[in-house]
Design a protein around this ligand. Structure first.
Ligand code: 3PY
Length: 253
């Protein structure tokens, strides 16, 4: 059975106090409401990593992630944070290749392949993001475009390494726009990605790969999205900043 995962991407939001309050509320609700079989991953900005880790403590089912890591192992790279450092602080997951990083920080498939390798080398689980722009969707080439992102950044991995990766399909036209892909559009792409993974790594690994949907997922649409056969959870932006909304999304399974 593949893992069900709901990961909150806080992006560049939350002061120290706000982050502490949000995390405490999520931890308490998660325990009180006895959530089972869904891994919640909190992905705060870097300075929150250590204090958020302390609040999560040993809460079963809640994991800590970061939003990025360096493609380098360590050394003179001012401003960068390596997978090795993150792992030493108890980080378990790392978002790699979010479309905001691809667009604003010019991260390309080759660089992302290096980041994935770094993450895996230090025992972090990459949440690898892929997704097409509105122009590509309108041109009808979205499937080949997104498959290419996987091929370029992930298909050089060994089957053993690939089997640790989580995929997040995030159509760019649905990020921060309030537009969501319909559940059928998400299912169509997730199924295509799973077939693509099977063509390289075999059916068994493909069947075990968690593929999350991201892009304006919220408590109002999560149930329908998560009801689809190939949608194994979500990567949640704005709605992950409100504890009640985040929990309601987690409980939409
Ligand atoms: C969004 O839903 O806006 C996201 O980008 C999640 O990563």
């Amino acid at each position: 059975m593949r893992k069900k995962i709901v990961a909150g991407n806080w992006k560049m939001n939350m002061t120290f106090e706000e982050g502490q309050k949000l995390t405490s509320e999520i931890v308490n609700m998660y325990k009180d409401e006895a959530v089972k079989n869904v891994i919640a991953v909190l992905n705060p900005p870097f300075p929150h990593i250590f204090p958020v880790k302390k609040l999560i403590g040993a809460t079963e089912g809640i994991a800590l992630g970061s939003q990025n890591c360096s493609d380098k192992d360590g050394g003179a790279y001012t401003g960068e944070v390596s997978a090795k450092i993150l792992a030493s602080f108890g980080v378990q997951y790392v978002i790699i290749g979010h479309s905001e990083r691809r667009e604003y920080f010019k991260e390309n498939n080759e660089l992302l392949a290096e980041k994935v390798r770094q993450a895996l080398a230090h025992g972090l689980i990459p949440i690898f993001c892929c997704g097409e722009s509105l122009e590509i969707r309108t041109a009808g080439t979205h499937e080949s475009n997104v498959k290419f992102q996987l091929t370029e950044s992930l298909f050089g991995l060994s089957p053993e390494d690939f089997s640790k990766v989580v995929i997040a399909y995030e159509p760019i036209w649905a990020i921060g726009t309030g537009k969501t892909a319909t559940a059928d559009q998400a299912q169509e792409m997730h199924a295509a990605l799973r077939r693509h993974i099977a063509s390289k790594f075999g059916k068994e690994i493909a069947a075990e790969t968690s593929i999350l949907y991201g892009g304006s997922a919220n408590p109002g649409n999560a149930k329908e999205l998560f009801s689809k056969a190939d949608v194994d959870g979500g990567l949640i932006g704005g709605a992950s900043l409100k504890s009640r909304d985040f929990l309601d999304i987690i409980k939409s399974f």
